[in-house]
Design a protein around this ligand. Sequence first.
Ligand code: SF4
Length: 282
Amino acid sequence: MKVEIAKHSGCCFGVKRAINIVSETANVEGSVKTYGPIIHNPQVVEKLRLDGVEVLSSLDEIRDIDTVIVRSHGATREDIIEIESRSSKLIDATCPFVLTAQKEAERLSNDVDLLVIYGEKDHPEVLSIVSYVSSEYKIISDIAGIDDIEYGKHYGLMSQTTQNKDLFRDLSFELGKKCDRLDVSDTICSATQNRQEDALDLASRADIVIVVGGKNSANTRRLYEICSQLCIRTQHIEIPEELDLSLLKENDLIGLTAGASTPNEFVYAVRDRIYSSFGISD
Ligand code: SF4
């Protein structure tokens, strides 16, 4: 038996940065709140809560003594203005890749007749991107989403940062057939791309793949989808204790990957749990 951890897996740059911003702020400011969970990982959010960081579920909960941190997914431009007016201080932990996606939404929509956004329509990042769109837009989550788009003159295509790179390429090809001119901005972040490529490679070789990450994390779900296509024994777990060890066989090559909001110690804890249950020393 061998456990192979994907080269790129677990906490990405944007998530690490957001967690650091929250931790540092909690040390120096009095009342610190994040607008929504800072990342899609309940265990990390709980740890921050114990350090005194509260999660706001509504802007109405903001008091004028609060320091409010905007999470890595970003917030709509309207919400940013509202937070600034209600709080004592706003700290923006929006991932730079999400900020780029917001700017691209603004730029593209200034030119095109219709902007197609590949993403999850209710995801906070997509809502933040949409708030920068000035043209007509349509959010699609798969290739069938473009079926009812009529032929037009000038369309734009961009993506939520954590979407599937291959599907984005297919969408670009298909949407190109529906208009005279298509402007494409690939806003999928490099962390997502690296994790997807490595997960694909691992799933093509492994007997079983374990994907670790929050059940509500878009990029973790994407990794699960990618791996399941190549390895039918793919499992998605949120925490190391969730792994059903009875599913593992003695000679398995076990692939291990994790979403961008999963702390790296979770990944190592899964590997250690597997090794110790089979009496293997690392
Ligand atoms: S997955 Fe990409 S866009 Fe999202 S926080 Fe990480 S680096 Fe930023």
